[in-house]
Write a protein that binds this ligand. Structure first.
Ligand SMILES: [Zn+2]
Length: 295
């Protein structure tokens, strides 16, 4: 409920502009979503099992009954119910009409067993995969960092530039430096404040790169020839930095005070250490364990 009211506006929640569309959230994590299912489409896929059962003449009393009472000698794929048919039967026929847009009768009847999940995927269609899901949903990330990173990587946080564009606030300038427009790239990587934070954190975990930008850094970590554990630690440190910069920026707005770079960096290190200690993977090499202890 909290997530819903945060992401989407509505009379029951608030009138603020929505952060991200329902459609963008309603897909697999590897496709950039939150792993939610579109329940209406799932429902259609689930009812489709009855359409399939009639089409393949499954051996059940219910099939025999609807065949003799409704379909009779007609062709099921072309069958239309009359007005006196019951509500549930008309619903099944409506679902058949939806499925006809995606399958031919031959394709549909040739399924040896019915999978709601497969039909759901056919109805929702293929979506391009994203390269950043491993970073955002990394097990070593603190849960609230995952969510802010998921928003940040898609440029969907309510930055001052975004709010000024839709007329919610008067200045588009960065709340940390007041020098540039507060767009995602500036706020997290180009702003003098965040630049110092990210440089200190990169050197802390031994991630040496001159590149900046969330998507680029995620790719660099993903393509690095490090062990899985080190990549996960780097991801967790990057996620914690993004979250903490966002927190400092919000502190400037709500509390009129910005934590020093030193205190933010100290906090990030502490959070990352504590989180990783609490969810330490079982299979970590001795070398990596010793390296982590030095952090
Ligand atoms: Zn700035």
């Amino acid at each position: 409920m909290v997530c819903r009211s945060f992401l989407w506006s509505g009379q029951a929640y608030s009138s603020k502009p929505s952060n991200i569309s329902w459609k963008s959230s309603c897909c697999e994590k590897k496709e950039g979503g939150l792993g939610f299912r579109d329940i209406l489409t799932w429902n259609t896929a689930a009812i489709g099992k009855y359409v399939w059962a009639v089409a393949t003449k499954q051996d059940s009393i219910w099939i025999k009954w609807v065949s003799s009472v409704y379909v009779k000698d007609g062709e099921w794929w072309e069958y239309q119910p009359n007005n006196s048919a019951s509500w549930y039967w008309r619903k099944i026929c409506e679902t058949k009409e939806v499925l006809k847009q995606y399958y031919t009768i031959a394709e549909f009847s040739s399924m040896s067993c019915y999978s709601v999940k497969d039909v759901y995927q056919k109805l929702t269609g293929p979506k391009p995969l994203v390269h950043w899901d491993h970073m955002v949903w990394n097990r070593l990330n603190t849960p609230k960092h995952k969510f802010i990173c998921w928003m940040a990587v898609q440029d969907r946080l309510q930055t001052a530039a975004r709010l000024a564009r839709i007329g919610v606030c008067s200045s588009p300038n960065c709340l940390l430096c007041d020098q540039q427009e507060e767009v995602h790239d500036h706020l997290f990587f180009a702003c003098p404040y965040s630049k110092r934070c990210i440089e200190e954190i990169k050197s802390w975990v031994g991630f040496h790169t001159t590149h900046s930008g969330l998507q680029i850094l995620i790719s660099r970590i993903g393509n690095s020839h490090q062990t899985k554990f080190r990549r996960q630690v780097w991801y967790a440190a990057l996620a914690a930095t993004v979250y903490s910069v966002w927190r400092s920026r919000n502190g400037s707005l709500w509390d009129k005070c910005i934590p020093t770079v030193h205190s933010t960096v100290t906090r990030i290190k502490q959070i990352v250490r504590d989180r990783i200690r609490s969810v330490m993977p079982r299979k970590v090499s001795r070398k990596d364990s010793l390296w982590f202890l030095t952090l």
